[in-house]
Design a binder for this molecule. Structure first.
Ligand code: UFG
Length: 340
């Protein structure tokens, strides 16, 4: 059985589906602060050829909570998503991030060691690289995070190196670029409150009652003046976690990989693609730059291709379409009071 921390959240829930599809039983551990009970219910009801989805509500900052999961379930490996991930908030309230992300992970690793579980796939981020020195960014790029969120993820990566050397606990750290899209069967999707990410914010503005989309900064040194990012589809991303798990099962050493597409799209390009996919003219308000946004972030994904046999398959338009279908479902469900 695979323990998925944060399995009720956006990326975690898509990973639960990918694990079930790959034939694993899953236990989700989530405190439901950012994750949703409705997502857990959906995952439990997925017809997954007899695969089991269990759920334990608990907090990683409480060692007793996480230890109890290992007492109740025979865990073979862990996929760890549970974390706070808002850059601006992390700078304003670092204590919240260090306690939850770093201390929470220490508790998880403690419970793993106590139960002799020695394999973990960890949700890391391009934010560990900081302001890019060169692009595309490969894994040899210096890791010099410029915000607390990125620092917490880098600290955890370093802790995992030490735990491998000292205790033989092997990890794969997956450094995500910009994750986008939703489940192609529209069962789960991105559901943040408040939403800060580009694609859901553009799409939300197309529904009645939605706020006008705000474009942050048009004076960057890029092709059209707006920030360039590497948008990786969430289902493609989930597949990489299954491959990382298999890599560790097959004796692979502790390692780290970028997950991106090797291609950059500007905010204006993403905006135009959203108009094309939704066949709607979307109104936009130009705003000043958002603090801390680097001009360009693009992944070099060669290492994940070579060592994990992974490659992204879905286009930006597919991500936008699935995200749109999900927003539609979410908006309607909230309106009729199906989900809180
Ligand atoms: N943007 C807008 N309007 C919005 C939202 C975003 O113009 O309403 C712009 C941003 O200014 C930025 C681009 O769209 O230029 C992408 O912004 P996102 O918030 O979607 O994504 P980020 O690149 O800021 O953040 C992502 C992850 C973080 C991670 C970071 C690594 O969401 O978790 O990459 O740099 F830390």
């Amino acid at each position: 059985m695979i323990l998925v921390t944060g399995g009720a959240g956006y990326i975690g829930s898509h990973n639960v589906i990918a694990l079930l599809d790959a034939g694993y039983d899953v236990v989700i551990f989530d405190n439901l602060e950012l994750g949703h009970i409705e997502t857990v219910e959906t995952l439990k009801n997925i017809n997954s050829n007899g695969r089991v989805v269990d759920f334990v509500k608990g907090d990683l900052q409480n060692l007793v909570d996480i230890k109890s999961v290992f007492e109740k379930h025979k865990i073979d490996a862990v996929v760890h998503f549970a974390a706070y991930s808002q850059v601006a908030e992390s700078v304003k309230n670092p204590q919240k991030y260090y306690f939850n992300n770093v201390y929470g992970t220490l508790n998880l690793l403690c419970a793993m060691l106590e139960n002799n579980v020695k394999r973990i796939v960890f949700s890391s981020t391009a934010a560990t690289y900081g302001e890019p020195v060169y692009v595309p960014i490969d894994e040899k790029h210096p890791q010099m995070p410029i915000n607390t969120y990125g620092k917490t993820k880098l600290m955890i990566e370093n802790i995992m190196d030490d735990y491998d050397k000292a205790y033989g606990l092997r990890s794969v750290r997956l450094r995500y670029f910009n994750v986008a899209g939703a489940d192609s069967q529209n069962r789960v999707g991105e559901w943040h409150e408040p939403e800060t990410h580009l694609i859901p914010n553009i799409l939300k503005s197309t529904f009645s009652g939605g706020k006008t989309f705000q474009m942050f900064g048009t004076d960057y040194p890029t092709k059209d003046g707006t920030c360039v990012r590497d948008y990786i589809n969430v289902e493609d991303l989930a597949k990489a976690h299954v491959l990382a798990l298999k890599y560790l099962e097959n004796g692979g050493r502790t390692n780290f990989f970028n997950l991106g597409t090797n291609e950059g799209n500007s905010v204006k390009e993403v905006f135009s693609s959203c108009e094309k996919v939704t066949e709607k003219e979307i109104s936009v308000e130009i705003k000043p730059r958002r603090e801390g946004d680097p001009a360009t972030l693009i992944a070099d994904n060669k290492k994940a291709k070579e060592d994990l046999g992974w490659s992204p398959e879905r286009s930006l338009e597919e991500s936008i379409l699935t995200a749109y279908n999900w927003e539609d479902k979410l908006t309607k469900s909230i309106k009729i009071g199906c989900i809180k």
